[in-house]
Design a protein around this ligand. Sequence first.
Ligand SMILES: NC(=O)c1ccc[n+]([C@@H]2O[C@H](COP(=O)([O-])OP(=O)(O)OC[C@H]3O[C@@H](n4cnc5c(N)ncnc54)[C@H](OP(=O)(O)O)[C@@H]3O)[C@@H](O)[C@H]2O)c1
Length: 244
Amino acid sequence: MDPSGHSILVTGGASGIGLALASRFADAGSDVLICGRRKDVLAKAQAKHSKLRTLSFDLADAAERRALVERALHEAPNLDVLVNNAGIQQRIDLTTSPDWDQIHAEIRINLEAAIHLSTLLIPHLRTRSPAAIINVTSGLAFVPLASVPVYCATKAAMHSFTLSLRYQLRETPIRVIELIPPAVDTDLGGPGLHTWGVPLEEFADVAFASLDSEDDREISHQFSAQSSRASREELDAIFARMNH
Ligand SMILES: NC(=O)c1ccc[n+]([C@@H]2O[C@H](COP(=O)([O-])OP(=O)(O)OC[C@H]3O[C@@H](n4cnc5c(N)ncnc54)[C@H](OP(=O)(O)O)[C@@H]3O)[C@@H](O)[C@H]2O)c1
């Protein structure tokens, strides 16, 4: 997709991968709204990139998702791209009766919100041409890291949903893109947990260049390029290597 001239909503756009993509879209000439919960983090992102416009909503809550869509369409009536990027990652020990509310929050943010926002915005996006929905999944959608079991399950479900979404929208102007990051050095799951990942700017440059190309259906890099294309035998070997 041509990254210029769009009107874009990036969820989780005030930090990490979302902010790196949002600022590149804005620099390329698109109008970008970013959404997150923490107002101070949104303000900091805007201070760094004055072109970004900020919206504070909690995507765990269905009523807030509806309010976000209403507000985003009011602020940006020509909205033509949704980036479902917001996510959390929790270590959960399934042997210790973990708290359901904690688990459900991860499902609501990583999976329910992306599905809900897509369904809320499809009627509007169908009226725009071209339009796009970009779902941010993970290399862990294809082979789980067992210490973050619900996270991996939500990403596997998002990969599946993305395939069905693309198929159902095939005769509409809405292009469906899956962005599949490997481990990237962000604060996902808490500061300091992903410092061994690919540097954020490197991944964002690769992802953005792929978005701006013909080959933009599934965008992956390094580990996620391997896992998203691996055979069952290769996935078993990766699983064993990651979870020992
Ligand atoms: N970093 C990696 O290694 C990696 C690998 C594969 C996939 N990913 C995916 O990339 C996406 C971005 O993650 P990241 O690594 O850039 O981490 P990040 O910096 O923590 O970004 C996540 C963003 O989501 C927002 N968010 C979380 N819960 C929210 C909620 N209830 N409502 C609204 N916004 C919410 C956060 O803002 P607030 O907390 O202020 O709400 C934050 O800006 C995620 O979907 C993640 O799963 C990351």
